[in-house]
Design a protein around this ligand. Structure first.
Ligand code: 5AD
Ligand code: SF4
Length: 493
């Protein structure tokens, strides 16, 4: 009798680094005969690739692991693995093993390349496995087969880990110290990706500006040199990178971007706070004068540059005055996008122990003021885009609506009418409608569309724990639970 292929489901939480690492996990599973599926009820293995950056990410993941209990009861042969940043945190692996006895494998960030062996061990011994090493041979991670599912976009690690120890951040504890990949490995990976038709290469690292790899002769390669060398590759493509640290973004890097053919002028430069006092307490190693001078230098050298940023509100000790300084930076930098976060205490980080933790209400109120200003800034910038024409990379398609979605050099998304064969093409699009921060356009040259060939990109698919028809049921259940919690609270009073 023919056996059906086994199916896998990967649930990814958090940043682009995790999205890419899920592509590596998918590669391992596909090498082992598994095929992808879109919900846990069809899956033979469900892998959680977790995030630990803020408490709410963790709560969501714990809730989602809890939801798998009934699915596992219905299908006891299904395997469940929980990996990534949350698992790597001190004592978390034990906690997950204890709290969720139906989880089969817990593995840390440094066990990714070993996942195939963990899977085999679980199947051979029938015993539950928990492995979170701190010693990893990074070269092994670089050798993994990657099952890319990000359409025209390809993520490329240039380095792993972080040495910065910003006082709020869990990343250095769960991803270890910085290790830069050799330049030749990065360049050959990118050359291959370009030959396969990928159009947008995003270089990944927690602090890409401190990249310090080696060339073939063993000579040190800076981030500026790496960017320069990638920019010299042939073809029509875009280069992006994330994330930059304002302390380490050098004039050399800005010069390379300014003179490049392929590097996007949209730059993500997390400021975190506008107050020197708070920045010092965050251990960020720059002050606002330095940050603003970087912004000025970028604007002067790259006239069409667009900045985006991350901001934390409610860091311990943040006063109203400190917060107002953050709003001032936002006004000055005129960001194209702002990711605002409420400070979340992370176990084992220095900020966890700081006095003057800010109360929840103040944090929420500050985030809401930040979001109001953010919308004002972004909407005003977007309004100026009406009737302008931009080069757009077509990244996805909604065939039913006949709509294409693409990105501008700045990273901003635009939608416009078009056909599927435009995927992966660079086209000129005029902005014809602006609704708050959302832009709609039209192709400048409709005839060019007819000449594009259809290509085979693997686009991201939406996955979930329950089949799509049952999502409403899930929401109903969540509501019921919330009501129960509210009742519980009332009855305790
Ligand atoms: N609380 C809130 N936001 C955080 N970030 C990192 N750690 C925390 C935390 N403990 C934010 C920073 C970072 C982004 C990826 O997440 O702004 O740049
Ligand atoms: Fe976290 Fe700071 Fe490292 Fe970014 S640079 S990952 S915020 S410690």
């Amino acid at each position: 009798m023919e056996t059906l292929p086994k199916k896998y489901l990967i649930l990814t939480y958090g940043c682009q680094m995790n999205v890419h690492e899920s592509e590596k996990l998918a590669g391992i599973l596909e090498d082992n005969g598994y095929l992808p599926c879109t919900d846990a009820t069809q899956a033979d293995i469900v892998v959680f690739n977790t995030c630990a950056i803020r408490e709410n990410a963790e709560q969501k993941i714990f809730g989602n692991i809890g939801e798998l209990k009934n699915i596992k009861l219905a299908n006891p042969n299904m395997l469940i693995a929980v990996g990534g940043c949350m698992s790597q945190q001190k004592n978390y692996a034990d906690e997950i093993m204890k709290r969720y006895p139906y989880v089969d494998i817990v593995f840390g960030t440094h066990n990714l390349a070993d996942f195939e062996n963990l899977l085999k061990k679980r199947k051979e011994t029938g015993k539950r496995i928990s492995e979170t090493t701190e010693d990893e041979t990074i070269a092994l991670r670089d050798k993994l087969n990657i099952s890319r599912t990000s359409g025209v976009n390809a993520w490329v690690n240039i380095m792993y880990g972080c040495n910065n120890f910003c006082t709020y951040c869990i990343v250095p504890y769960v991803r270890g110290r910085e290790i830069s990949r050799p330049e030749v490995d990065i360049i050959s990976e990118i050359k291959k990706l370009l030959s396969e038709g990928y159009k947008q290469i995003t270089l990944l690292g927690q602090n890409v500006n401190s990249y310090s790899g080696k060339d073939e002769e063993g000579k040190e390669v800076s981030f500026a040199k790496l960017l320069f060398d990638i920019d010299n590759l042939d073809g029509k493509f875009r280069i992006r990178f994330m994330t930059s640290h304002p302390r380490d973004l050098s004039s050399d890097v800005i010069d390379v971007i300014a003179n490049s053919k392929h590097i996007c002028h949209g730059i993500h430069l997390p400021v975190q706070s506008g107050s020197d006092r708070v920045l010092k307490s965050m251990n960020r190693h720059y002050d606002i004068k330095r940050y603003n001078s970087l912004v000025d230098e970028i604007r002067a050298k790259i006239s069409d540059s667009e900045l985006t940023t991350d901001i934390i509100v409610g860091f311990p000790g943040e006063t109203e005055e400190d917060f107002k300084a953050t709003l001032d930076v936002m006004r000055k930098a005129e960001y194209m996008q702002i990711f605002g976060f409420i400070y979340s205490k992370r176990k084992g980080t220095p900020a966890e122990k700081m006095e003057n933790q800010i109360d929840k209400k103040t944090k929420k109120e500050r985030l809401s003021r930040l979001l109001t200003l953010k919308n004002d800034i972004i909407n005003a910038k977007t309004a100026k885009m009406l009737n302008q024409t931009y080069e757009v990379l077509v990244e996805s398609v909604d065939e039913q609506k006949g709509l294409l979605y693409g990105s501008l050099d700045s990273g901003k998304t635009i939608s416009f009418k078009g056909t599927k064969n435009c995927l992966g093409e660079f086209v000129m699009v005029k902005v014809i409608q602006v609704k708050k921060s959302v832009i709609y356009g039209e192709l400048v040259d409709n005839t060019a569309m007819k000449t594009f060939k259809e290509k085979n990109y693997k686009l991201p698919v939406e996955v979930s724990i329950l089949p799509s028809g049952e999502k409403n049921m899930k929401i109903l259940r969540e509501n019921k639970q919330n009501k129960k919690l509210e009742c519980d609270k009332k009855s305790k009073k």
